[in-house]
Design a protein around this ligand. Structure first.
Ligand code: 5GP
Ligand code: ZN
Length: 113
């Protein structure tokens, strides 16, 4: 099945990468919702947070650790930022390859819409 984020991992689809290692990659969101909007994804195709298995716990944690490192590198950590995982249609998920949103550079509102 075609997956935009698998295409980015494979280099078939352009993206502005900010971080890569053997397990994950991170790149700028094509439609940024904040001055800084990065997506951190596993190289492995996992459809969403709900598809994460017990064996993926280290990988899931790594997504968060990498997001924090990127926030530091991009200079938004001191002011604060938001991490978001959307699951399914009610959760607002539109790309079915699990991705952690890193949003920063402006004040975030709460509660979410
Ligand atoms: P979701 O709504 O699934 O949580 O978030 C998907 C995000 O992926 C959206 O913010 C959307 O702008 C972004 N996106 C969708 N397709 C592409 C793409 O091809 N490249 C990049 N860089 N971002 C994408
Ligand atoms: Zn995929």
């Amino acid at each position: 099945m075609a997956c935009a984020f698998c295409d980015i991992i494979a280099g078939r689809r352009p993206a502005t990468l900010v971080y890569e290692d053997e397990r994950v990659a991170a790149f700028h969101d094509i439609h940024p919702a904040a001055p800084v909007h990065i997506l951190v994804i596993p190289r492995e195709h996992i459809s969403g947070p709900d598809a994460l298995a017990a064996g993926d716990a280290t990988l899931a944690g790594h997504l968060i650790v990498v997001a924090g490192r990127i926030a530091q590198d991009l200079g938004i950590a001191a002011d604060g930022y938001r991490l978001v995982l959307n699951e399914g249609r009610q959760g607002g998920q539109s790309v079915f390859h699990v991705h952690l949103h890193l949003l920063g550079g402006r004040r975030m509102s709460w509660p979410l819409g």
